[in-house]
Write a protein that binds this ligand. Structure first.
Ligand code: ARG
Length: 580
């Protein structure tokens, strides 16, 4: 990591100064090295001189001079073309050509692992994502959770963490009492099997309509859920069918999205562990009885109390979530648990994490809610033809269809099969990128024009740039291994240098994205990289370069760019076809 190398160098320099008798001894503060927005401020910059100036009784500029003059000579010469102090005391580092070219070789050598690291070694992270509800549509919220959750999963894994993805399916709860009652009273299982989510949704809605008129129904539903909790055969049979029907539909969506989640224990898995949680909460005296229910109040009422048992004895989503935390801690011993869920559950998760801490289930700091915003259609309301599931699947299918049109229009010579495969990569990639290019907390708009815009900040633009790089490499007729082994390289143009510097940032971007759970940092980095690459392509001759040395260097840059684009897109869960 470049930042680390630089701060180590500065530390060495200050330590060396401190060996001199007259130099004050003090504890060296944290040495921050930043990546400046303007390139005239160096490739990296540090404010350390300003931080220590007071302690050593010098002006920031003088402190800066002292530091740079005591940097280890040989390394400094190797790494930098120039190190300077500018007002009011920033130290700016400018990399040498040798250093940059070493970096280029590193990318070509490390290939698909370029950007990875082992900072996560020995650490485990559980990511709770996707989590649709049985017998209900796979909604837009679940789509966002799936896409963002998976990207964060990939990024952490790339950094050496052991990651466990858990699909916490909503497959338990009082709603199943209503559903079972409705199926038995008005449903036709054969008809349901043909279009399950749609039919179940209708039955569920019907239950609520009827319950308005007939106050008995709620009680009947409660009874059925009680039976289900007690393991009644008929209740279990119907519940199991609902799960099976739904999973079949969900699997189609996961398949379209190209997503596989490690485990899907679901809420029902925790049935047997709920009594234990409630007992523990009562024994520890953190839970109290209130009007027949059991709730966990919080110190000074900083949050509303969390109910863990209803007055009729039924457990809740929260009870199951507490049991889930306990199970995950025991089973996986994670350093962190991340929850990718919409912003509508912000308060609930605060309560949950706090309650877990009160229960002795770890420190709430180790739990984090990645709370995503809403997604709206550009044209206003969401169209719902046969319920949302179909809608979601339709959107994905339409993305693929629209992508196919773009390709066909371009009269490519690819086979039908190849075209279909590419259309899928582009369509699904476009939907994913739209989600991943905004900070997760933002509400986003689904606008076909933007999503599929080949010239804007879109998935297809990145894929297209990758294709362009691949095509240059194919035309060069030089084997990739040949380019990787190039020895004499030479940087000439500013566009080359700018591109290479950007390429060298990739590892840092990934770390930032992981630390802040923000895949959008990676997306936007890739977008800027693609822009630089396209500018380089327009301004600098590659295959027609004047001499062999220059041509080889430029091809090496093309190869490195294609590698970084590919690695980055892979982390985002987006396929990168070589032809379009
Ligand atoms: N099934 C829930 C919903 O659709 C999301 C579950 C999220 N995970 C959790 N551990 N609570 O709202």
């Amino acid at each position: 990591m470049i930042k680390k190398t630089l701060s180590n160098l500065i530390e060495k320099s200050i330590k060396k100064l401190q060996k001199e008798k007259t130099f004050p001894k003090f504890v060296i503060p944290e040495i921050k090295v930043e990546y400046p927005e303007t390139s005239s401020h160096g490739d990296y910059t540090s404010n350390i001189a300003m931080k220590i100036a007071g302690v050593i009784n010098k002006s920031p500029a003088q402190a800066g001079e002292l530091i740079i003059n005591s940097l280890p000579k040989t390394t400094t010469k190797l790494l930098f073309e120039k190190v300077e102090v500018v007002s009011p005391g920033f130290i700016n580092f400018f990399f040498s050509e040798d250093f940059l070219l070493e970096g280029l070789k590193k990318i070509l050598k490390e290939k698909k692992s370029y950007g990875s690291s082992d900072i996560g070694k020995g650490k485990k992270i559980v990511i709770d994502y996707s989590a649709p509800n049985i017998a209900k549509p796979f909604g837009i919220g679940h789509l966002r959770s799936t896409i963002i959750g998976q990207a964060i999963y990939n990024i952490y894994q790339f950094l050496g963490y052991k990651v466990i993805g858990d699909n916490h399916l909503g497959d338990w709860g009082t709603q199943f009492g209503k559903l079972i009652y409705a199926i038995k009273r008005w449903g036709d299982e054969k008809k349901i099997a043909k279009n399950p989510i749609y039919e179940l949704n209708i039955l569920y809605v019907k239950f609520h309509e009827e319950a308005e008129k007939d106050s008995e129904l709620e009680g009947e539903a409660r009874l059925w859920f009680k039976k289900l909790e007690k393991g009644d055969r008929e209740a279990k049979r119907i519940w199991k069918k609902c799960v099976k029907w739904s999973l079949k539909e969900f699997d189609r969506i996961y398949k379209l999205l190209g997503i596989k989640i490690d485990i899907a224990l679901g809420e029902s898995f925790y049935q047997s562990k709920l009594k234990g949680i409630i007992k523990k909460a009562l024994d520890k005296k953190i839970a109290i009885r209130s009007r027949g229910a059991i709730i966990i109040p919080f110190p000074n009422d900083i949050l509303p109390p969390l109910m863990i048992q209803k007055s009729d004895g039924a457990t809740l989503y929260s009870t199951r979530d507490l049991a889930t935390i306990k199970y995950r801690l025991e089973k996986f011993k994670p350093t962190k648990i991340l929850y990718e869920i919409g912003t509508d559950q912000v308060l609930y998760l605060k309560q949950l994490f706090f309650a877990a801490e009160l229960l002795g289930l770890g420190d709430k700091k180790n739990y984090f809610h990645i709370s995503h915003g809403m997604m709206r259609l550009a044209s206003g309301k969401m169209r719902t033809r046969k319920g949302n599931t179909i809608f979601l699947e339709e959107v994905l299918e339409e993305a693929i269809k629209k992508s196919l049109k773009v390709i066909v229009k371009k009269k490519s010579k690819l086979s039908k099969k190849e075209k279909d495969k590419i259309a899928k990569a582009i369509g699904i990639g476009a939907v994913k990128y739209n989600d991943l290019s905004h900070h997760y907390s933002k509400d986003i708009i689904f606008d076909w024009k933007k999503i599929l815009n080949l010239k804007g900040n879109s998935g297809p633009y990145l894929q297209y740039t990758f294709v362009r790089a691949c095509s240059i490499l194919r035309k060069s007729r030089i084997q990739k291994q040949g380019i990787s082994k190039l020895k004499e390289l030479k940087l000439k143009e500013t566009q080359e240098i700018k591109l290479l510097k950007q390429l060298l940032h990739f590892p840092e971007i990934i770390e930032n994205a992981a630390r802040t759970y923000s895949p959008n940092l990676l997306s936007n980095y890739l977008f800027k990289l693609a822009q630089s690459f396209n500018l380089f392509y327009e301004l600098v001759p590659i295959l027609k370069a004047k001499d062999e040395e220059t041509k080889k260097t430029r091809l090496a840059l093309v190869l490195a760019t294609s590698q970084v684009l590919k690695n980055g897109l892979k982390l985002l869960g987006i396929d990168a076809p070589e032809k379009m």
